[in-house]
Write a protein that binds this ligand. Structure first.
Ligand code: IMP
Ligand code: MG
Length: 198
């Protein structure tokens, strides 16, 4: 497995925040180009591992929307796609209780599941979803996350495919939100501190 890029030492070489986002975003953590390159690498790895599998992609709403779309279009294998909605009553940056907001529609029993999420933070979401999916007896279950923030992990869960390991900063963009905003940034950025309650 190739080394997982760590963004923490890359700050100085990253591009400036686009003018339209300067009021809200302090720094670009991962540029569009870096996202594209890393997602291409991940898609190659996944393609190699799932040749001849009965692949079902389970994408967690809503943060992994763009990641899922960009990743699976580079996986030239037969697959089916389903979405699972999980919400944490999060109204800011702290995790809360989890609830299912959209159930799966495909039958996944006996099939090879690849779960896709935007960011692995405390691990609460991934361990909850793993447990729920395992109850449906898939043949295999692996997960793929774009970002891993290991500093905040409180649940013993790991991801099988990881885009980038990031420092303990709250990030937005490329699907990820702060109070439902900023999902549409084409890059991943760190919010300005004024957005957070002190
Ligand atoms: P966990 O359950 O704590 O691992 O958190 C997973 C979910 O929290 C992710 O799928 C995101 O929706 C959200 N999340 C965690 N960290 C961030 C962040 O830095 N920015 C935006 N959303 C985040
Ligand atoms: Mg999420």
């Amino acid at each position: 497995m190739p080394a997982i890029p760590n963004t923490s030492d890359a700050g100085k070489r990253l591009p400036r925040v686009p003018t339209a986002w300067r009021n809200a975003v302090a720094t670009v953590l991962i540029s569009e180009k870096n996202l594209r390159n890393r997602i291409t690498e991940l898609s190659k790895e996944i393609t190699r591992d799932y040749l001849n599998a009965d692949l079902v992609i389970v994408s967690l709403l809503r943060g992994s929307l763009f990641f899922t779309a960009d990743l699976i279009r580079q996986i030239p294998l037969p697959m089916e796609l389903d979405f699972l909605g999980v919400s944490s009553y999060r109204n800011g940056t702290n995790p809360g209780l989890l609830t299912i907001t959209k159930e799966l529609e495909l039958n996944i029993t006996g099939r090879d599941l690849l779960l896709i999420d935007d960011i692995l933070d405390t691990g609460q979401t991934l361990s909850f979803v793993h447990q729920k999916l395992n109850e449906l007896h898939p043949k295999s279950l692996k997960s793929c996350v774009l970002l891993d923030k290991p500093a905040r992990r409180s649940h013993p869960v790991t991801s099988d495919y990881t885009g980038f390991v990031i420092p303990n900063q709250f990030v937005v963009g490329y699907g990820m939100d702060y109070k439902e905003r900023f999902r549409n940034l084409p890059f991943i950025g760190v919010l300005r501190s004024e957005f957070f309650p002190s």
